[in-house]
Design a protein around this ligand. Sequence first.
Ligand code: GDP
Length: 429
Amino acid sequence: MFDAGTATVVVVGAQWGDEGKGKLVDVLAERADLVVRYQGGANAGHTVVIGDTQFVLRQIPSGILHAGVVCLVGNGVVLDPETFFGELDQLAERGIDTAGRIFVSERAHLVLPYHKLLDAASDKSQKLGTTGRGIGPAYEDKYGRRGIRVTDLRRLDCARALLTERVERANRLLEMMGAGERASLEQHGALLERLAPRLLPLATDVGLLVHRAVREGKRVLLEGAQGSLLDVDHGTYPYVTSSNTTAGGAAVGAGIGPTLVHAVLGVVKAYTTRVGNGPLPTEAESPDEERLRQLGGEFGAVTGRPRRCGWFDATVVRYAARVNGLTGLAVTKLDVLDSFDRIPVCVGYELDGERCDQMPAEADALGRVRPVYERHEGWRAPTGAARRLADLPPAARRYLDRLEALSEVPVRYVSVGTRRDQIIEVSGG
Ligand code: GDP
């Protein structure tokens, strides 16, 4: 993706998340100098497999697994400091040196224990099927202008005053919700004191670092979490996450201007999955759904929850291509389809008896659509060893060609297994 005119690339999920962005970022990070996370919190779990070791990264950009790559957590992220330091410690235990390679935006908001208590007590979170890690309440505080940011730790006395107000407010809400637990001011105060000396040395103006890096001719990857259909504006509202997962969010959440974004790679599975509640038009029927889930290992990286599985939905990907301005596609998990005899692909919808080729704004309407399927012949052969398009069975190539035509975005990468080397780079990419 990087070339003379392309120094900054955004990697976004173009479905409902878990598309394998972690693996793509890991592969692309080899050629990058900086990797920036721009939104989300510790609810996103990227899984990267290197050799026999599996890393699940929630807060730290997966670029950290490449020596020499500098990783930044942008202002658009809500930072769960305990998870963050837990991850740093785990990386250290596995011999990965992160010193001088990880920085956090001083403008990022903190996810604190009271956010998690509020999340756990909220009926809404349960109805939406959130991960319950305090992300939603932390974003609510951000937009309600009562958040606590990394920079606030620089003046602990002020931070403590903020905290008193926030903890009292959280406890009033918890009482109203009928929750048994209460947030402890003492515990929160002690947490901030413990955090400050470790977090502040990493705190910086991330936007400025990215800006300077681009001016110096460095290569920057901007890494999204979740997927486009979970974007708070463009997703299947209200079954969405609390941030802008789409490429526009990359500029805002990293602290750079949109003109600094040169390319946008959309990651899609060769089929579709979704975690949590909300419409999924191409959800497969039994036993295909279980088969996709087992073959694809479709269980949440953070929660272990089984993912709902279905067929490739071209309406979703075309929509994601438009709202993100995708310049390339990475199709992952092609190998998961290796044993299927016939593979349906959704080419459009019928809504209330009429053809509908655009994404409806209402979740209810999306819940009512009937997918229009094409049925493709399976290739019934393993693809995991393919390293060039020419190594793939003809039926697999035809399948990819069709996904490309329907999505109206060129396929630049095809992933055929969990390992770093199991990737096909399409020439011109
Ligand atoms: P992310 O958040 O988008 O990075 O997605 P996850 O990490 O939650 O889910 C992707 C899962 O699919 C991980 O377990 C990856 O190891 C795995 N994966 C990624 N690419 C491929 C692929 O091409 N084939 C197979 N079989 N698994 C893959």
